[in-house]
Unconditional design. Structure first.
Length: 106
């Protein structure tokens, strides 16, 4: 179902898709506006692209921080694991030395 829009409320907001015959004529009254709607349109005009992208930038910064935190946690886990393996290797080396010393003494 195709519904026709009006000048104030077009069926689409894309200017390329609007009906070219829907242009305001000279004998039509101006659209009714109140101070409230005028303020709303003014505030919409003041929105910049940067302001619209602020939530995305905040999300990216948050994710970057979380990734950095996860990477530092992984590095800490790797370091603890390496130290554990080093102590295990040192204990194995001491056992091997003792075993060799016992074998040489007998």
């Amino acid at each position: 179902m195709i519904t026709a829009g009006t000048i104030d409320r077009p069926s689409t907001h894309d200017p390329k898709k609007q009906d070219p015959t829907m242009t305001p004529s000279a004998n039509e009254p101006a659209p009714f506006t109140t101070a409230r709607t005028t303020g709303a349109t003014e505030s919409r005009k003041n929105r910049t692209r940067e302001m619209q992208l602020i939530p995305e930038a905040l999300a990216r910064a948050h994710m970057r921080e979380r990734l950095h935190e996860a990477e530092s946690q992984r590095a800490a886990v790797r370091l603890a694991s390496a130290r554990r393996m080093q102590r295990r290797a040192e204990r194995a080396s001491l056992r091997a030395r003792r075993a060799l010393a016992m074998a040489v003494m007998h």
